[in-house]
Design a protein around this ligand. Structure first.
Ligand SMILES: O=P(O)(O)OP(=O)(O)OP(=O)(O)OC[C@H]1O[C@@H](n2cnc3c(O)ncnc32)[C@H](O)[C@@H]1O
Ligand SMILES: [Mg+2]
Length: 180
């Protein structure tokens, strides 16, 4: 097995679901490293619309996280919404950037959202706020997430993002191991 210096992973968010996702993915892939968090700007709207804008937010967060803190790997995770036909879906993107400038991206699960959310989301309202109103609860974005509510707990936001982070870490490891 290849021996590497310990990495310092900086995740560009203080949202506990995203931090848990990174820690769980590292431990499940048995990758050792330090984890630091920083509230890195996404450079896109608070509620990104479309895969392109959501993916861009994830990459910006990963890059800004690396700049704001002294790490070796930056991770950005971003939630957005995307239209397909007449349905509005929750979408999720992640990015991993290295100090050497390599970039990896991956998307996560999509599920349809209630049709009555559509106009407000497209007008810029944040899904996190809509979810709290809809469920008469507080802080869903930091707990089970919309994906947890609408799958009746079969999935949750941290587990969904953990899958995305595994896709990122796996791609990065593949490139590291196959470097000539
Ligand atoms: O502190 P940050 O990292 O920004 O955490 P956040 O919860 O705001 O997460 P995002 O910016 O990535 O998500 C953009 C918006 O979509 C909301 N959102 C995305 N996925 C969600 C989910 O599963 N449940 C509730 N809100 C969600 C989120 O709360 C924001 O209003
Ligand atoms: Mg946000």
């Amino acid at each position: 097995m290849e021996v590497r210096n310990l990495e310092t992973f900086i995740i560009g968010s203080n949202n506990p679901t995203k931090i848990r996702a990174l820690k769980n993915a590292l431990s499940s892939l048995q990758i050792e490293g330090n984890v630091l968090t920083v509230n890195a700007p996404s450079g896109v709207k608070a509620q990104p619309i479309g895969d392109e804008e959501t993916a861009k937010g994830a990459i910006n967060r990963a890059k800004n996280a690396l700049v704001l803190n002294n790490g070796t790997i930056g991770i950005g995770l971003e939630g957005g919404v995307v239209m397909m036909n007449e349905t509005i879906y929750l979408c999720n993107w992640g990015a991993l950037v290295t100090k050497n400038g390599e970039e990896f991206s991956a998307s996560g699960a999509k599920i349809p959202l209630p049709i009555e959310f559509k106009d407000q989301l497209l007008a810029g309202k944040e899904l996190g706020d809509l979810m709290d109103q809809y469920c008469s609860k507080e802080g869903i974005r930091k707990k089970e997430g919309a994906i947890g509510i609408f799958t009746d707990g079969a999935m949750n936001r941290a587990a969904m993002f953990e899958h995305v982070v595994k896709l990122l870490l796996g791609q990065w490891q593949y490139v590291m191991k196959n470097k000539k």
